[in-house]
Design a binder for this molecule. Structure first.
Ligand code: AMP
Ligand code: ZN
Length: 114
């Protein structure tokens, strides 16, 4: 989708501070970080959000988690720990309509979230 911000970031037409890229996923630093380490991992394919996933996406979602865990490890977050967040819809706080997983780490994170 040409009008999608994260599709444009995946395509490289909008710049980002990229930390990882392969055939399926791109990861880049959040422009407004909520923790010392705040990285977004997105599928290259335009999936609007969790509410649009289908059974055919099981492998994509599994690889998204494995890829994000690898990025967290390469960022040095494994020892102290980290959190993955995927916001969905208005109540979930989703502001960009392209599936993205937040990697948050580098400080103690409160629970429950606000
Ligand atoms: P969400 O609220 O879960 O939809 O998360 C969207 C995230 O995208 C927010 O944390 C924003 O700070 C981040 N964001 C928005 N625009 C950009 C951008 N151009 N580059 C990097 N991160 C962005
Ligand atoms: Zn998109």
């Amino acid at each position: 989708m040409s009008s999608c911000l994260f599709c444009s970031i995946a395509a490289g037409t909008i710049p980002s501070d990229q930390v990882f890229s392969d055939d399926s996923f791109v990861a880049f630093r959040d422009i407004d970080p909520k923790a010392p380490t705040h990285i977004l991992v997105i599928p290259r394919r335009h999936v609007p959000g969790l509410d649009h996933l289908e059974s055919a996406d099981v492998e994509l979602v599994g690889r998204l988690l494995v890829t994000a865990a690898g990025i967290a490890a390469s960022e040095g977050l494994t020892e102290r720990g980290y959190r993955f967040v995927i916001n969905c819809g208005e109540d979930g706080g989703q502001t960009v309509g392209h599936l993205h997983l937040h990697i948050l780490g580098g400080r103690s994170l409160a629970w429950p979230p606000g």
